[in-house]
Design a protein around this ligand. Structure first.
Ligand SMILES: Cc1ncc(C[n+]2csc(CCOP(=O)(O)OP(=O)(O)O)c2C)c(N)n1
Ligand code: SF4
Length: 248
């Protein structure tokens, strides 16, 4: 019988620990497929975050490093500078990248580090029980904003793609989502492009992926996809924020 769908080589056989309906698993798969399609098996180092994807090192079938919370871009910088021919990526949540790790990501982008960052924005701290993140939407209820995030008290949710696109030496920044098939296909294309640019020696690239956390949002997996579409995408519009390699 003809095989039409197979597990990608760049994922191990370990079963994901993610909650039902969590989008981390889809995003892992897209990263692994992109690496596989670029024939990068054996010349890749990923840097795992602290957050629900802390065990990413068990799932990606390549060399992996575990960074302290938020420090993945600094760790990736060291690896890439020591091994410039290796593809180096970070995989980070919004608590990791946009809160405790804001300094690391901003400076890595400013230095134009030749690394690729996959930024998974689910608007909440998933692993620690659903606290408010810098990305939490105005009015969104979390365990630390039970009445909804108040802009006067907490400020506006941080838009990392817009911010990092403004950095002179960032090279490619795109925001995607995995809430439907069309967007999943676009996300994979964006991730592959970020890796391709790194292989060509270009500068800092980031793909932000809007993602669900049904458990801490208090929604079913299907409701969570709809919530993402109705609430996250209007505030975090999808699209390319910067692409220095785009042909005019
Ligand atoms: C130095 C330090 N501070 C705080 C924590 C607690 N902590 C672990 S994961 C996390 C937030 C994770 O949220 P996010 O990065 O959005 O990832 P998610 O779990 O939602 O995928 C926090 C605050 C920690 N592990 N280390
Ligand atoms: S807590 Fe949220 S982000 Fe973490 S695995 Fe569950 S659904 Fe995913």
């Amino acid at each position: 019988m003809a095989v039409v769908f197979e597990k990608t080589n760049l994922l191990t056989d370990k079963q994901f620990h993610y909650c039902p309906g969590c989008n981390h698993g889809i995003i892992h798969r897209l990263v692994a497929e992109a690496l596989d399609e670029l024939h990068l098996d054996g010349n890749v180092v990923g840097v795992a975050p602290v957050g629900c994807s802390v065990f990413a090192y068990d799932y990606f079938n390549c060399d992996m490093f575990e960074a302290a919370h938020g420090r993945a871009p600094a760790v990736a910088t060291g690896i890439k500078r020591a091994k410039p021919d290796t593809l180096v990526f970070t995989y980070q949540g919004d608590g990791d990248l946009a809160s405790i790790g804001t300094a690391e990501i901003v400076h890595a982008a400013h230095r134009g580090e030749k690394i690729s960052t996959i930024f998974v924005n689910n608007a909440i701290y998933g692993m620690t029980g659903g606290q408010m993140a810098p990305t939490t939407l105005i009015g969104q209820r979390t365990t630390t904003s039970p009445n909804g995030r108040d802009e006067a008290w907490c400020g506006a949710p941080i838009k990392m793609s817009e911010m990092l696109a403004a950095v002179p030496d960032s090279y490619y920044i795109e925001r995607c989502a995995v809430n439907n098939n069309a967007n999943i296909i676009k996300t994979k294309k964006a991730i592959k492009k970020a890796f391709q640019y790194q292989l060509e020696g270009k500068g800092f690239c980031m793909v932000e992926v809007l993602s669900t956390c049904p458990t801490n949002w208090g929604l079913s997996p299907v409701e969570a996809l709809k919530w993402l579409e109705d609430n996250m995408i209007p505030y975090y519009p999808l699209g390319v924020y910067k692409d220095k390699g785009a042909t005019k």
